[in-house]
Design a protein around this ligand. Structure first.
Ligand code: C2E
Ligand code: MG
Ligand code: MG
Ligand code: MG
Length: 285
């Protein structure tokens, strides 16, 4: 059947809309399966102390490889999990897998120095029993081995509730970091009350900091503010030696980014970062 000419545009539009919706629907189903079958992976990215150059911990980042679509970006599947009510289940698998990994490394006599950082989404954060929940899923680990990252905008969604929950998390011994800092309109009054130990400077500021005076000022201001509040700073998305030097000079504490290392599967991370640390420690002095 041939539609009238003026209808063609409308038809083409709705066909592509339909395809996009279908893809999203299929993807949601496949993501749900991957979560239930525990087929999501974690990759680990090193975090480096800018004063000593040493490993201070790692961030675990969720990865999903689908049979049809290949690797799907967390930038796509995390928001999808949040919209489709899958994020709590996903978050639970991440916590369990990270726990198994840390305990497994321990059995191999490999220890991650410092902490493993885990990303927590707003919907997990809304659980008033989050601290107990995380304690249960990370049984066998000390709370001091774990840092929880929450984005600045998640903190500010319901700041009073965030104050209560962060208090409970701190009381349980977990470290807290505010992720993507600088993008989320925190009020300074709340920043103190959240009692997070670290601010992660969003990579959008780090990226242009050397060329753009405005961005450099933002980075300097975040560092100064963190210092005034007794918090650490971690720069995200550090890709060049020049950025490392500038951040160290500004007094930034830690950095994470491709300059030091990309997120790696557990085995590759252990081989490159943990066995190396073990070798260093065993070197005769
Ligand atoms: P994020 O927590 O801010 O993580 C940092 C992101 O920057 C990661 O992207 C990491 O791979 C990327 N990155 C690190 N260094 C560099 C660099 O030097 N240059 C550039 N261009 N990028 C760098 P990724 O892995 O795609 O994750 C994106 C976001 O997805 C994360 O941002 C986080 O918000 C979310 N996410 C990842 N895993 C989880 C998870 O297990 N749970 C939750 N709730 N969210 C997660
Ligand atoms: Mg993060
Ligand atoms: Mg971030
Ligand atoms: Mg982010």
């Amino acid at each position: 059947y041939h539609a009238k000419r003026e209808d063609d545009g409308v038809c083409a539009f709705s066909v592509s809309m339909h395809r996009a919706l279908e893809r999203r629907q299929q993807m949601t189903e496949r993501l749900g399966e991957a979560i239930r079958e525990d087929r999501l992976a974690l990759h680990y990215q090193p975090q480096i102390d800018l004063r000593t150059g040493r490993l201070t911990g790692a961030e675990a980042l969720c990865r999903w490889q689908d049979a049809t679509w290949g690797w799907v970006s967390p930038g796509e599947f995390i928001p999808m999990a949040e919209e489709r009510g899958l994020i709590r289940a996903l978050g639970d698998r991440v916590l369990e897998q990270a726990t198994r990994q840390l305990l497994g490394w321990g059995e191999q006599e490999l220890t991650l120095p410092g902490r493993l950082s885990l990303n927590i989404s707003a919907q997990q954060f809304a659980d008033p029993h989050l601290a107990e929940h995380i304690q249960r899923l990370t049984a066998g680990l000390s709370a001091t081995a774990i840092a929880l990252e929450l984005t600045e905008s998640d903190f500010m969604r319901d700041p009073e509730q965030a104050v209560t929950i962060t208090r409970a998390l701190r009381k349980a011994g977990f470290t807290l970091a505010i992720d993507d800092f600088g993008t989320g309109y925190s009020s300074l009054a709340y920043l103190r009350r959240f009692s997070a130990q670290a601010l992660k400077i969003d990579m959008s500021f780090v990226r242009h900091m050397l060329a753009n005076h405005h961005d450099r000022t933002i980075v300097e201001t975040i560092i100064a503010m963190a210092q005034a509040l007794g918090m650490k700073t971690v720069a995200e998305g550090v890709e060049t030696a020049e950025q490392v030097a500038a951040l160290a000079e500004m007094g930034c504490d830690e950095a994470q980014g491709y300059h030091f290392g990309r997120p790696l599967p557990a085995e590759a991370f252990a081989a490159q970062w943990l066995e190396q640390a073990l070798d260093d420690a065993q070197e005769p002095t």
